[in-house]
Design a protein around this ligand. Structure first.
Ligand code: SF4
Ligand code: SF4
Length: 372
C-alpha cells in the first residue's frame, strides 16, 4: 500500500444499542438503529481490509459490543488475521458462557467500565438497576480467565471525590490497569455539561489523588488519567491528530477520523459499504481535510506545538464556536478561549438534572450471546 502511513487502530463501533443510558455517553444524539447496522459479512470485510492495509489493533466498542450476536465470529476473524483485539464493555452481559466464547476466539484484552464505585450511584447513572453487581462479577470472570484486567471509571462533578475509593476497588479486584477518565464533552456529555463539569478545585483535588495513588502503586497497577479540556491551558491531540492514528467505523459503516466527527457540517463521510478502507484513508476528503498542518489558521500556523496537539479538536471548535476551522478554544492562545471559561463558570452555578441517553424501546439492547 502506498500513501500516508496506515492507522494504528480500527475503532469498530459495532452497534449503538446498549443496556445502559449514561448521560455522558460519547455516542451521537442521533443513535443509529439496529436495522441500519452493518451485517456480519460487512464487518468481516472491514477486518480483512484492516489487516491488509497494515492496521495493528481493533477495538470492538459501541454502544455495547456484546449485544451483537456475531461478536465472537468477528473477534475470531480479527485474531485470526493477527490483529490485537480489545473489547470495551459495560460488562453487564458478560456471563460465563460469553467469557468462555471470547477466550475461545482469542481475545487479547477486555476493558470494563464502571459508572461509579458507589453501587447505587453506578446503577443510577447507567439507569440500570443491578448493573454494579453484574460488573463486579464480570471483573472477577476477566481476572479468572487470565486476561489482564483494565477498569475504566468515568469521572465528573458528582463522583470526583470518590477517586480514592475507585482506586481501592481496582486494587481489590486486582486490576492491572485503571483508567480514571473525566467526561469528554461531546455527544450526550456536551448536552449534560452543566450537570457534569467539575470545578477547578475539584479537578485539582482529583489530580492530587491520582498522583498519590500512582506513586503508591508503582509497579503494581498502571493508572491512566484523562482530564477535561475545559480546565486545560493547551488542548489534547484529539485522536492523536485528525486521521493520523485511528479510523472509526460507525454501526452503519460510515468511516470517520473520530466518533464525534459526524457533528461537523458539510462533510460526506464515506461508507465501507461502497468504498475500500485504503481509499477512505488515503483519498477521501473527510480524512484529508484536517490531516497535517496545512489547514491551520493562526495562532496554530506559527505555533511550535502544531505537530504536538495538531490544533486540538475540530469537533470542539465547531461545538463551542460554530467554526470547525478555528483553533480549539481549549487553547489559551485561541482568541476564543473565554468561551471555555464561561462554560466553567456557568456550570459551577448550575443545578441541572441529567438528560439520560435513550433509544426507542424497540431498539434498546436485548442482551444476546454470540451463537445464540
Ligand atoms: S457510555 Fe454508557 S450508555 Fe454509552 S455505550 Fe457506554 S455503557 Fe452504554
Ligand atoms: S495555538 Fe494551536 S498548535 Fe499552538 S498550542 Fe494552541 S492549539 Fe496547539
Amino acid at each position: 500500500m502506498t500513501g500516508f502511513p496506515p492507522p494504528m487502530g480500527l475503532i469498530a463501533e459495532l452497534t449503538h444499542r446498549c443496556p445502559l443510558s449514561c448521560p455522558y455517553c460519547s455516542n451521537p444524539m442521533e443513535l443509529e438503529r439496529a436495522a441500519a447496522e452493518l451485517d456480519t459479512e460487512g464487518w468481516l470485510s472491514v477486518l480483512d481490509q484492516a489487516a491488509e492495509i497494515g492496521i495493528l489493533q481493533v477495538h470492538f466498542t459501541g454502544g455495547e459490543p456484546l449485544v451483537r450476536r456475531d461478536l465472537v465470529t468477528l473477534l475470531a476473524r480479527a485474531t485470526g488475521l493477527g490483529l490485537y483485539s480489545n473489547i470495551i464493555t459495560s460488562g453487564v452481559t458478560l456471563d460465563d458462557r460469553m467469557m468462555a466464547a471470547l477466550i475461545g476466539a482469542g481475545v487479547d484484552h477486555i476493558q470494563l467500565s464502571f459508572q461509579d464505585v458507589d453501587p447505587s450511584e453506578n446503577d443510577h447513572l447507567g439507569a440500570s438497576p443491578g448493573a454494579f453487581a453484574k460488573k463486579q462479577a464480570a471483573a472477577a470472570r476477566i481476572r479468572a480467565s487470565g486476561l489482564p484486567l483494565t477498569l475504566n471509571f468515568v469521572v465528573h462533578r458528582g463522583n470526583a471525590s470518590r477517586i480514592p475509593q475507585m482506586i481501592a476497588m481496582a486494587e481489590e479486584l486486582q486490576a492491572d490497569r485503571t483508567e480514571i477518565a473525566h467526561v469528554q464533552y461531546y455527544g450526550w456529555g456536551l448536552v449534560n455539561r452543566a450537570a457534569l463539569l467539575p470545578s477547578r478545585i475539584q479537578l485539582e483535588a482529583a489530580t492530587v489523588e491520582v498522583e498519590a495513588a500512582r506513586a503508591r502503586l508503582q509497579g503494581r497497577m498502571v493508572i491512566d488519567y484523562v482530564v477535561p479540556d475545559y480546565h486545560a491551558a493547551r488542548p489534547k491531540a484529539c485522536m492523536g491528530g485528525w486521521a493520523r492514528r485511528f479510523i472509526n467505523i460507525s454501526p452503519s459503516g460510515r468511516a470517520m477520523p473520530c466518533h464525534a466527527a459526524e457533528t461537523l457540517p458539510g462533510f460526506s463521510f464515506p461508507s465501507v459499504r461502497d468504498t475500500s478502507l485504503n481509499e477512505i484513508w488515503n483519498q477521501s476528503d473527510a480524512f484529508l481535510r484536517f490531516r497535517g498542518t496545512g489547514w491551520m489558521p493562526e495562532p496554530c500556523r506559527s505555533c511550535e506545538r502544531q505537530e504536538v496537539d495538531w490544533g486540538g479538536c475540530r469537533c470542539q471548535a465547531f461545538a463551542l464556536l460554530g467554526d470547525m476551522n478555528a483553533t480549539d478554544p481549549a487553547c489559551e492562545l485561541s482568541p476564543h478561549h473565554a468561551v471555555m471559561q464561561a462554560a466553567v463558570s456557568e456550570s459551577e452555578s448550575a443545578q441541572t438534572p441529567f438528560k439520560f441517553r435513550r433509544m426507542t424501546k424497540q431498539d434498546a439492547a436485548q442482551p444476546e450471546l454470540a451463537g445464540s
